[in-house]
Design a protein around this ligand. Sequence first.
Ligand code: SF4
Length: 273
Amino acid sequence: MAGEILGGVRKAYASKGDDSTFTRFVKLERPEGKKRHQRRQPKLPGFEAPYIIEGRTKFPKSVKTVAEVTNLLVSGHSNVKIGRDVRKGKLRGYWIYTLSLEERKTCPLTCEHWQSCYGNNMPYAKRVDFTDPTLLTALEAELEKLIGTHGRKGILVRLHALGDFYSPAYVGFWRRMLVKHPRLAIYGYTARRRSSPDGIGRAIDLLNNDFGERCMIRWSSGGLKTMSTVNIGEESSKPADAFICPEQTGKTKGCGTCGLCWGTSKNVAFLEH
Ligand code: SF4
């Protein structure tokens, strides 16, 4: 079994035996005996940074309008934990893309990581401005182009690398896309709740129900028997009804070589770091 992931990366080189077609980077392994570092605890109430009180990203300059970016969907090839394409299971041959929206601004206040969001450590990630009125039209056009690209069996979109579903109408956009494009699939995690009064959770639930394995949006720390995520401090804390994300334990390279998040409704446990 490969060693645990230290968190660092280096560029992938085919000459070093790396599969550079899967990701542009490869992970550095955790040296024997070195412990995972734990996610920093949230600060005490009353000591929050202004961006947390305001409900924005820590890096407002990274929020870009549609006109400011060359593409809205980012290839999984650039993400060492995801990978360029799916290499096993029913979606084998699908190319993976991620979409990032502004964290906190699109997320529910009830998110357990409101303060400790991993976006706090991602100064260079591009977040798309969800208030841009041209966003959904541009996203639709980009999906159309990617799905039509020769040699791709389909497209799998990871929602959301940062941010969350921000309105029932936005969930409706993905419904329309799934109807329009039979070779489109989506997966990801949401901090919304199924019964949230804003109707967003209900809309996501219906989407999951209506599209099956083509739409696998799990409830973050949802506490349900299936389709939830659970955070654990160490492998021995894994609940019986969950599996540990094998990317985190070095058993697979990334989502593209795993496929469990869209292949099974069983809960997934993530090691906190
Ligand atoms: S369980 Fe598999 S598909 Fe899910 S996040 Fe981990 S590597 Fe990706």
